[in-house]
Design a protein around this ligand. Structure first.
Ligand code: ZN
Ligand code: ZN
Length: 73
């Protein structure tokens, strides 16, 4: 049997930012339930563009993120 010894590149698990689609290499990733990950600089309210971070609650509706104020409207 001919065994192929060609090296295989293993994919390192990289997080993709939901906001811009790019890989996240930042020290801090903002993770939003259930399984969305964002650059800290990409996570904004879709309505008022306020930056969202761990100090405020972030809400997701139809793949867009909102601050609490705009979400409950
Ligand atoms: Zn991003
Ligand atoms: Zn907002």
């Amino acid at each position: 049997m001919n065994t192929d010894t060609q090296p295989v590149k293993k994919k390192r698990r990289a997080s993709l930012c939901v906001g811009c689609g790019g890989q996240i290499h930042d020290q801090f990733i903002l993770r939003v339930a259930p399984d969305l990950e964002w650059h800290a600089s990409c996570l904004k309210c879709a309505d008022c563009s306020q930056y969202l971070d761990e100090t405020c609650t972030c809400f997701v509706r139809e793949g867009k993120t909102y601050c609490k104020r705009d979400y409950v409207r």
